[in-house]
Design a protein. Structure first.
Length: 97
């Protein structure tokens, strides 16, 4: 069975994941700014509910960011391990990379 490693595709996937992580961070920052300004002005029950929803949304965004970072690390590890395997194979064949 012949297997192909798509190093460029994996690098692209990793870059896309980094972009997603950065985008999530921007959303967290924006949400924090918006909810902080609004929450300070609200002292009634709606303000308390808004603060609760804000905390829940922030937890979800942070969890999503952590997931993307873990997946990105896996992609980078896969790419690195694939490259090492190719280099070992080439070394066995007597041709350097």
């Amino acid at each position: 069975m012949r297997k192909l490693a798509m190093f460029g595709a994996l690098d692209g996937l990793s870059a896309s994941m980094n972009g997603c992580v950065n985008g999530v961070q921007q959303s967290i920052d924006s949400w924090g700014n918006a909810s902080g300004m609004t929450q300070a002005d609200w002292t009634d029950q709606a303000g308390g509910q808004f603060a609760e929803i804000s905390r829940a949304c922030q937890q979800v965004m942070v969890a999503g960011q952590e997931l993307m970072q873990a997946m990105n690390q896996g992609v980078q590890s896969c790419n690195s391990e694939n490259m090492a395997a190719v280099q070992r194979s080439c070394g066995r064949l007597g041709s350097g990379m």
